[in-house]
Write a protein that binds this ligand. Structure first.
Ligand code: HEM
Length: 179
C-alpha cells in the first residue's frame, strides 16, 4: 500500500486528484487489485454444466452434470504460487504468466470485468491518495486487517472491516484545480 502511495504521489502529485486515465502509470496499484482477487475472489466458484460425458482430472463426469470450479483453491494452490497464502503483489509486477480466474473465463466469463477493474482501480487509487486508513480491532486501531472468510457463495469476511480514514489531501478543491 505504501509503495502504491509513493507511486501515486510521485506520478500524480498532491495537487490534483488521481483519475482513471492515470491508472496505467501505477503498476503497483493494479498488482494490489490482482493479488487481492487471487487470494479473495468475491465469487469463489465458477459453475458449468457438462454437455456430454467426459473425464476431468480422472473423474468421469456424465452429460448434464453441474461442475463447480473452485477459483478460491486455484488461487492458493502451491503447485502454481510461491507462498500462496501470503499477500505478494510483487509477483504481478515481476510479470508472472499466471492469471486470476476471479472473473471466470471463456464465453461465459464476466462481461463486467473491465468495468469492475476500472472502478476498483480508480476508487482504490483515490482512497490511497486522499486518506490514511487505520483498521479497528477489539476497541483499538491497530492497522491490521482480519481477512478470515466465512462460508458462502459470495465471499465476505467473518469480521466486518471498520476503518477510520484520516485525510491527507483535500480532494475537492484539488479535483477542480485540474480543469
Ligand atoms: C469485482 C467485481 C466482479 C467480479 C469478481 C465478478 C465475477 C464474475 C464471475 C466469476 C462470473 C461467472 C463467470 C463464469 O462463469 O466464467 C460473473 C458473471 C457475470 N458478471 Fe461479473 N463480476 C464482477 C463485476 C461485474 C460487473 C460490474 C458487472 C456488470 C456491469 C458484471 C456482470 C456479470 C454478468 C452479466 C455475468 C453473467 C454472464 C453470463 O452468464 O454469461 N459483473 N461475474
Amino acid at each position: 500500500m505504501e509503495k502504491a502511495r509513493k507511486e501515486i504521489d510521485s506520478i500524480i502529485g498532491k495537487d490534483i486528484m488521481v483519475l482513471e486515465t492515470d491508472i496505467d502509470n501505477i503498476p503497483s496499484l493494479q498488482a494490489i487489485v490482482k493479488e487481492t482477487l487471487r487470494l479473495h475472489p468475491p465469487s469463489p466458484f465458477v459453475l458449468r454444466e457438462s454437455t456430454r460425458n467426459c473425464t476431468i482430472a480422472g473423474y468421469d463426469i456424465p452429460a448434464k452434470t453441474q461442475v463447480f470450479t473452485n477459483v478460491w483453491a486455484i488461487g492458493r494452490d502451491p503447485k502454481y504460487w510461491d507462498g500462496p497464502l501470503e499477500f505478494r503483489p510483487k509477483s504481478w509486477i515481476q510479470g508472472t504468466t499466471l492469471s486470476t480466474f476471479a472473473f471466470g473465463s471463456g464465453r461465459k466469463g464476466c462481461p463486467g470485468a473491465s468495468l469492475a477493474l476500472k472502478v476498483a482501480h480508480t476508487t482504490l487509487a483515490a482512497m490511497i491518495q486522499c486518506f490514511e486508513m487505520k483498521a479497528e480491532e477489539k476497541g483499538g486501531y491497530c492497522g491490521s486487517v482480519d481477512m478470515e472468510e466465512g462460508p458462502s457463495f459470495i465471499l465476505s469476511r467473518v469480521e466486518p472491516l471498520i476503518c477510520v480514514p484520516k485525510s491527507r489531501l483535500m480532494p475537492f478543491p484539488l479535483y477542480h484545480a485540474k480543469y
